[in-house]
Design a protein. Structure first.
Length: 83
């Protein structure tokens, strides 16, 4: 049995960061933030806005993270090798 933990949240954020895709982040208070994911850790997400300003958003304040385009699965998710 595979005992390796899969962290869906980190995989999703990392793919957005690596691919440079615009993220739409809906906060729990109803406000929306749009920008590029520059980094993240256990508690926060660093977002670069269109005007080059940066925000540090606490994950506990995030309700939804979405993209305008679908994010393709990584090799770990599909089980395919990257030839």
């Amino acid at each position: 049995m595979n005992t390796e933990k899969v962290n869906i949240q980190d995989n999703f954020l990392n793919e957005l960061r690596k691919q440079g895709k615009l993220a739409r982040i809906l906060l729990a208070n109803g406000k929306e933030v749009r920008g590029l994911i520059k980094g993240f850790d256990q508690f926060t997400v660093q977002v670069e806005l269109k005007d080059a300003a940066e925000l540090l958003v606490y994950k506990s304040a995030i309700a939804i993270i979405a993209t305008a385009e679908p994010t393709p699965p990584t090799d770990k998710e599909t089980g395919e090798s990257s030839d």
